[in-house]
Design a protein around this ligand. Structure first.
Ligand code: CA
Length: 510
């Protein structure tokens, strides 16, 4: 039987989750950890500009760390990790084509700035992972320049072995010196590396060691399924890379980008990587959004149980890595137009086990779609104060837009930003949500996503309706933990049933 005395508390208490907005500290004894908390993806060039040149930089990011997580844990978003999109020198604005794996792009700052960032993050309990782009280099990387020079001058090959050269035209290959062609899957100026080269692998190991020694918690691994054409060879490569990293840092965190189907993503859980991004759940066509627009909570619960269950079958230590959008996808606020649905989607992906990833600005309702530059525009700190404002990528044809800037949204108790803060705080409050196994409670009303995660039950109402749930049968002998209600309406208890407000989330505990 449900403990009804708990359910009949005054409504003000039932909404305790929303009253946590003043702080985001975790319970005593539960040390912050990027491995169970929430990560935040940052495009440094668009985040905060410290020197007035319009380009975001590392000192600017350092100056805004208190927004992400302050030392006291008060008045912040409450994330426990950040993923920096590439910070190495590169000729492009996005920097996914590296010319030097051992330096910081001068536009972003210096290595001393990076070391300062690591220090300031450690003080706050924020882990830092960096994008490691090793499927390809820039065509201006010294390795590639040396390889082309070898071809031009006929000197004995060394760096040629770092890349894939053939002597005849083929799709995805580009002509170069000596009548040869080089492989460049993504773009002519991103020549693909050849990981069959033992010398190159030794270089990659050195690069990993260099950054882990700097204090990064790990890496976000770009284009992880493109290293080789064959999946098995990719798995072998990542096993090799994971072993290298774990020798250097036993608790390294490696999260791979395998932008593919569910079965392909799952296959990479056998590769030593800790986590893979959950692409099938993300985006406008993803399972989360599709379930919400169809008010089909049962479908969402079914998928969540199945996907996270399969991860554990393949790798008991494997971590789920859900997200709504990233730098390559349309921003979620563009297709989730209902403010209440934005809040619901936040609670859906942030209250799953593993390591959820927020894309910077998502918590503000920032929009951006179409060409890549539009998805990476300037972070909006204030609608009136231009301090630190970045210009964003030159090629963007739509400016940044959101519900408001950080300053305005922090001051608005009903804002999406404050909802994110509340959800992240609740994730910290219930460790079972971070690490538990998902069981579908199979709500008889399809509008509810009802799951047990470890010993904690979560009920999401995916519909715009007030939905009555028989809590005594869905989660027997459990009592109310917290309620998140996008509309601000209260949870109403009628005997042994509860009426969930539209788009609300209810957390039940043993
Ligand atoms: Ca700058």
């Amino acid at each position: 039987m449900i403990d009804l005395s708990m359910l009949k508390r005054p409504m003000a208490l039932l909404l305790a989750g929303l009253l946590l907005l003043g702080g985001c500290s975790r319970p005593a004894g539960d040390a912050p950890s990027g491995r169970s908390g929430v990560y935040y993806e940052i495009f440094v060039g668009s985040f905060f500009d410290s020197d007035g040149d319009g380009l975001g930089d590392l000192p600017g990011l350092i100056s805004k760390l208190d927004y992400l997580k302050s030392e006291s844990g008060e008045n912040c978003l409450g994330v426990t990790g950040i993923w920096l999109m590439p910070v190495n020198p590169s000729p492009t604005y996005h920097k996914y084509d590296v010319t030097d794996y051992y330096s910081i792009d001068p536009g972003y700052g210096t290595m001393e700035d990076f070391e300062q960032l690591i220090y300031e993050c450690a003080k706050r309990g924020i882990d830092v992972i960096i994008d490691l782009v090793i499927n390809h280099t820039s065509s201006r990387h010294p390795w590639f320049l040396a390889a082309v020079e070898e071809l031009e001058t006929g000197t004995p090959p060394r760096y040629q072995y770092y890349y894939n050269f053939i002597d005849h035209p083929r799709s995805g290959y580009y002509p170069t010196a000596g009548g040869m062609y080089y492989e460049a899957h993504f773009w002519s100026e991103m020549p693909d590396l050849n990981m069959d080269s033992e010398e190159l692998r030794a270089e990659i190991a050195d690069i990993a060691r260099f950054w882990l020694d700097k204090g990064v918690a790990g890496f976000r691994l770009d284009a992880a399924r493109h290293i080789y054409k064959e999946r098995d060879k990719n798995l072998e490569f990542w096993r090799w890379f994971s072993d290298i990293c774990k020798e250097i840092k036993a608790d390294v965190f490696l999260v791979g980008e395998v932008w593919d189907t569910e079965s392909e993503i799952l296959a990479y859980y056998g590769s030593g990587l800790n986590a893979l991004f959950n692409f099938p759940f993300a985006g406008e066509k993803g399972i989360i959004h599709h379930s919400v627009i169809n008010a089909d909570g049962l479908r969402l619960a079914t998928h969540l149980e199945r996907f996270t269950g399969k991860i554990k079958e393949i790798d008991p230590d494997g971590l789920h890595a859900p997200f709504l959008s990233n730098h390559d996808t349309d921003r979620s606020a563009g297709y989730i137009t209902d403010p209440n649905r934005r809040k619901l989607q936040a609670s859906i992906y942030l209250l799953t086990p593993g390591v959820p990833f927020i894309y910077y600005g998502e918590e503000l309702g920032m929009t951006g779609k179409g060409k890549d530059e539009n998805k990476r525009t300037a972070m909006i700190w204030s609608l009136t104060d231009t301090a630190g404002q970045t210009n964003g990528p030159e090629g963007a044809d739509t400016p940044s837009a959101a519900d408001g800037g950080v300053a305005e949204l922090l001051a608005d108790p009903g804002s999406l930003l404050n909802y994110y803060r509340a959800v992240i705080a609740l994730r910290g409050k219930y460790p079972s949500i971070q690490t538990g196994t998902v069981t579908n409670l199979k709500s008889p009303d399809r509008r509810l996503c009802a799951v047990l995660i470890g010993d904690t039950a979560i009920l999401h109402n995916l519909s715009p309706d007030h939905v009555e749930a028989d809590i005594s049968s869905l989660c027997p002998k459990m009592r109310l933990g917290d309620v998140l209600s996008p509309t601000g309406e209260d949870l109403v208890i009628n005997g042994e049933t509860a009426v969930l407000p539209p788009y609300s989330t209810v957390i039940m505990v043993p």
